[in-house]
Design a binder for this molecule. Sequence first.
Ligand SMILES: CC/C=C\C/C=C\C/C=C\C/C=C\C/C=C\C/C=C\C=C\C(=O)SCCNC(=O)CCNC(=O)[C@H](O)C(C)(C)COP(=O)(O)OP(=O)(O)OC[C@H]1O[C@@H](n2cnc3c(N)ncnc32)[C@H](O)[C@@H]1OP(=O)(O)O
Ligand SMILES: Cc1cc2nc3c(=O)[nH]c(=O)nc-3n(C[C@H](O)[C@H](O)[C@H](O)COP(=O)(O)OP(=O)(O)OC[C@H]3O[C@@H](n4cnc5c(N)ncnc54)[C@H](O)[C@@H]3O)c2cc1C
Length: 669
Amino acid sequence: MAAVDGGEVDHLAGERATAHFDVDAMKVAWAGSRHAVEVNDRMARLVASDPVFRKDTRTMLSRKELFKDTLKKAAHAWKRIVELRLTEEEANLLRLYVDQPGYVDLHWGMFVPAIKGQGTEEQQKKWVPMAYKFQIIGCYAQTELGHGSNVQGLETTATFDPNTDEFVVHSPTLTSSKWWPGGLGKASTHAVVYARLITQGKDYGIHGFIVQLRSLDDHSPLPGITLGDIGGKFGSGAYNSMDNGVLRFDHVRIPRDQMLMRLSQVTREGKYVHSDVPKQLLYGTMVYVRQTIVADASKALSRAVCIAVRYSAIRKQFGSQAGGPETQVLNYKTQQSRLFPLLASAYAYRFVGEWLKWLYTDVMQKLEAKDYSTLPEAHACTAGLKSVTTSATADAIEECRKLCGGHGYLNSSGLPELFAVYVPACTYEGDNVVLLLQVARFLMKTVSQLASGKQPVGTTAYMGNIQYLMQCKSAVNTAGDWLNPAAIKEVFEARALRMAVNCAQNISKAPSQEEGFSELSPDLLESAVAHVQLIIVTKFFEKLQQDIIGHGVKEQLQNLCNIYALFLLHKHLGDFLSTGCITPKQGALANEQLGRLYAQVRPNAVALVDAFDYTDHYLSSVLGRYDGDVYPALYAEAWKDPLNETVIPDGYQEHLRPLLKQQLKFSRL
Ligand SMILES: CC/C=C\C/C=C\C/C=C\C/C=C\C/C=C\C/C=C\C=C\C(=O)SCCNC(=O)CCNC(=O)[C@H](O)C(C)(C)COP(=O)(O)OP(=O)(O)OC[C@H]1O[C@@H](n2cnc3c(N)ncnc32)[C@H](O)[C@@H]1OP(=O)(O)O
Ligand SMILES: Cc1cc2nc3c(=O)[nH]c(=O)nc-3n(C[C@H](O)[C@H](O)[C@H](O)COP(=O)(O)OP(=O)(O)OC[C@H]3O[C@@H](n4cnc5c(N)ncnc54)[C@H](O)[C@@H]3O)c2cc1C
């Protein structure tokens, strides 16, 4: 089924007719299963057909109007979820297609997972059902005005008072004010608050506490609590629908059993007891969300690419000397070399996101069985993939805007809002540089263990092949040789390992490990990126080993996988050359092969973005319309702007007329 909710004429029909593959089968490969296609399609249409979920005027609303509109949509979505008895899967998709950031994202995305992950069974029994029925609304209050990345540096305190069996939650300084939590500013009634636990005079570091913030009767802040929104954010519409908030505590008392006690407990007497589990499990909610952010990256990127590909097929410039039709900009090799790697990246992130979800589930099962051995790998993979995919996606959305020329800068293209809502993904859930440094630490540890003969496993297993990878030379002789997955994998593995080993050797020359790490941190970032890119390439190849059905689908995915890998090779040629993994000639051959692959993608490009199966409502872009009827839509959209409500603008009488009617006073005029 085609994702049309636009007009009658299909201006892109010619493009669709040139596709060499079965688009419906590609939809299944993209979504993961026939069931996933069906449920996505059904939820997307449910949202698109409901007038409450309209978003075409969103960028024109004031902050207050936008926030109220978000509350209305969230309440309506909940009503539909209950009325239609939607499953959890359907409800999550419905919220995704409503496509307006709001308090519910944090309620379901962090508050509930934090209680499930860090609460005892008893605590879960008490709090989760209330959250599931929306009797309470929760947020995740970790970051403070003075500390975000450095979680151990948070200043809020929770001091146990054995006289009353309570914790006293307090913000001792201005910088300890909670600052940023989404949903906190205006909507939440409760928060999971991260604070330093102090009992019997000792500071035991950061722990989570459930704190009620607002009255359940009239929504006013409870005594001792100061609350508000932190103010307008980047762009119009976009993340301004979210009430990111500020919160201060003045000696607020909560019962002892509102400390999340799965990992550690405070007894009635005030004794601190730590269970036999790694303390990093406190960070579990962040690991969970980072994993979902990788899947979101492929969504956001594929949206931008869908808009840019469809519009590039419609837009014509130059070309004919003899007055004939102009050239579709999609036919320009420069447009292809900028756009097709982004198309390939969208597929690559989709598949690595699928794999990361599997890894996360697997690690969770092992944790349940008290096997904590895969925790470092889960942390490195979620941190690294979150960082690499969000940075690349943010850059890619901006590139798609440029690929759409001037019209890409209009709000009606959908791209400015998508960019504005997406860029903070490089910062929230861990600043991307800070997270890559975590990956680098993990890599340095793995390299140092190689000497002791410890065989690395999981995504670092390739490092065990150190004897070969440190000295191998690529055997690529022709451009076509770069289509061999083994040839690609070998150079990506060699590059990642050699960069990591170089860093480790240079660190070892420093006076101390810490000094060396700090001095080498720019190189360590690049080493971490090389490792993460290897993971993405490898997981794409592994996807191709699976049973992929449908005419031509596997061939298209093979092309995209090769484009993704060879584009990275071209972009990071310096790494591959300086580590001696390839020669300049082999680098040139990779580029030659890339050009050939772009030519193969060209007739399939529009169908490859159709396979994302996005409704026009979800895309919310006049340039990305399914029917390609761009110009009438752009023209009509302009007239909807509030400035066009009157022919003569407000302000004419006060400011324009006097100017135009003034007497000339300057003698030299
Ligand atoms: C308009 C609409 C249009 C379009 C819409 C389109 C798209 C929408 C797109 C996106 C929206 C979708 C979703 C939005 C989702 C979220 C946004 C909303 C909310 C955001 C919330 C937040 O940001 S919550 C706050 C997050 N904060 C952080 O992430 C802080 C980062 N800092 C840390 O994690 C830690 O401090 C640190 C890891 C940097 C350091 O920790 P520290 O304890 O100091 O550690 P170290 O000494 O470095 O490490 C000690 C050992 O612990 C290991 N470690 C560290 N972390 C972990 C972990 N998480 N798990 C396991 N192990 C860990 C570390 O490796 C060390 O190990 P050693 O073996 O070396 O000792
Ligand atoms: C839209 C949005 C929503 C958010 N939602 C929430 C929420 O719901 N709940 C919540 O608790 N928080 C939330 N946050 C906060 C967010 O998690 C933090 O902003 C984020 O973790 C980054 O921390 P920071 O602001 O302290 O950045 P900083 O750490 O101050 O970063 C500033 C600069 O310093 C660099 N830097 C920092 N440390 C190092 C280092 N060790 N080495 C090298 N460079 C370094 C960074 O790379 C960056 O360039 C949100 C933030 C945003 C933008």
